[in-house]
Design a protein around this ligand. Sequence first.
Ligand code: ZN
Length: 503
Amino acid sequence: MKRTARISAALTAALLWFAAAAWAAPAKNIILFIGDGMHLQHEIAASNYLFGADYSLVWHGFPYKNYVTTWDTSTYNLYSIMQGKPTFDPDNFNPIYGYNPEKAGTEPSPMSEDTMERLKYLFPDYSKKTPPLLRKGPATDSASAGTAISTGTKTEHTRIAWDFEGSENGKLKSISEIMRETNGASIGVVSTVPFSHATPATFSSHNKGRNNFYTGFKNYAGFGIADEILTATRPDVVIGGGHPSHNNPKWETTKGYISKGLYESSVSSGEYIFVERRAGEDGAGLLSAAATKAATERKKLFGLFGGADGSFEHPIPRDEPGAPAIDRATDENPLLRDVVLSALEILSSNENGFFLLAEQGDIDWANHANNFSWMIGAMWDLNEAVRAAVDFIDRPDNDLDWENTLLIVTADHANSLMRLNPEKKLAPGDLPEQKCVAALCEYPGDEVFYSTSGHTNELVSVYAKGAGVEEFHKYEGSWYPGTRLIDNTHVFKTMKDAAVGSE
Ligand SMILES: [Zn+2]
């Protein structure tokens, strides 16, 4: 009797150990790249400029590829009201009011397959007959889209990890917070646009409004986004734009992305190694030295860079058919790849893993301006950064490998309804003639068409490689039966399943 009990206890322990080992979350580290405003056509355009083929960017070789719906509750409500249906209810909604694959397709198809009806659906403002309600724009913004990816919750425009007005929740917990709380993981949030801008903010703060950049900004009395990032969330790595010397030299409280008080406390922080843009100095070199210092002294890193509009000056592609080449606008700002490598140097030292969000935010700005050349420069920057992350994981001198690290590349939403003209294919290194007037560009040669300067409800791409990548499969078609589509909230769910396991 006694003996049987002992055997049974040993067996139970063995079974428990086996179950834990079998169900252990596979991804210790997650690196999430977001190309803000990036649609498949922008990927194809950049791939052709750089490599002379449609699918030659680094992530095009990843084993997991799919398309993602990006609608937010504002989008949903516009479409549902048009059809006399109730507004979004998280416990009872029909995903086809957010995106209808029967009308808009199961893939972001090329222009040759676009019908007028499809275009009107994807961007109702395409038709002047569109009811005024829809002309406000039918698509998500970076705040609600970022929130969907960071927290798995559909919310409305302008919300930063915060639920929509009238919902039961306020503040929503992000994947970075979950991985820190559950696994003891480090957090890194880096971007080419200001560090307190919407996309990085959804992974490092919580706010009802994306423009509440800091406490006191436009008399905002609440806890500002930059304040929350630097004094409450305190990620292990924060690197981005928004440097006040370039962006807000007079410390106006209606401008800028960081307050005077926050800037001054950052410069003299005991917790962070602080590094900033300096005239005449190489930004990548400064950043890399600071990262090494932070790693050696076991401190956090805050890198504050950027130019006049807050963002890093974007790389500029040359118009040289047959010889694609990209010039730096300035060496004083790092490239996204420098930022990612500095972040990884610090984050990879945590044996409990890390979450890193890396955003290339200029793709969206370029698309708002219908600026093809700017978009190509920004896409090159993203491609180089993803390549650097892949190489870092492949390197044998660190703890990262594809069995413990999940790498994802996606977009938060599409923008500009850009289509390449298949009749006038551009050679590698070739840029179309581009005439820009009043911040909007036109293409007299018709090599490329733009239909709006705003966001669209088109599908975006997702690519992934590494630990837990198979977690994506269970969400395929779950909202859109008969398709492989996933929703942007499923990107969050996949990351959570991969990093901390399913409930
Ligand atoms: Zn935008």
